[in-house]
Design a protein around this ligand. Sequence first.
Ligand code: IMP
Ligand code: MG
Length: 195
Amino acid sequence: MTGSGTIEVHTVNGDIETVLLTEEEILRGTDRVAEEVTRVYTGTQFTVVSVLKGSCIFASDLIRRIPIPLELAFVGASSYGEGTEAGKLVVNFIPSEKEIEGRRLLLVDDILDTGQTLYRLKAELLKRGAVDVKTCVFLDKPSRRAVEFEADFTAFEIDDTFVVGYGLDFDGHYRNLPYVGALRREIYEQARPGV
Ligand code: IMP
Ligand code: MG
């Protein structure tokens, strides 16, 4: 490192209580899901639709492990305000008509929690003319489900713990952690007293 200024290093890792999934475990899970996806889509044309922002890391690792032709599109949805409880789902943007109509889509999200996001996005894409919509999630919290919904592909099931890292955020932070960890309680209590 060059330069003479004093750099104050704030390490986000100190905010993490426990690591739930290491980088190695994540990549093993991603490899397994990529093989399942490859088996299902071999011989068909399909588009991976990454749900922003949370799934960008998982989707980019996943598609690089799928050795068959695919296209990539993005959909913007946010179901969280500033805290750890689910809020109203807002669809910020949707792929263009020609990216949806008559296409087989694989919706990829970071986590299946209450199920609202993928339930609504899948219905919306089918309504707009997709011929088939399957879903693939990095994490699944089955105990939190509010609507009847299961993903077609799941890398890991976890308990009802709020987690961050590998794309998942708390108030917009921690997406860049290469592992998945549980936040220290005082971090979210500080940000939102009473949550
Ligand atoms: P659902 O609509 O309740 O299934 O929520 C899905 C979205 O909620 C995800 O795409 C995440 O953005 C967010 N979410 C749910 N659980 C967590 C968590 O433990 N950490 C970070 N984000 C979460
Ligand atoms: Mg999200």
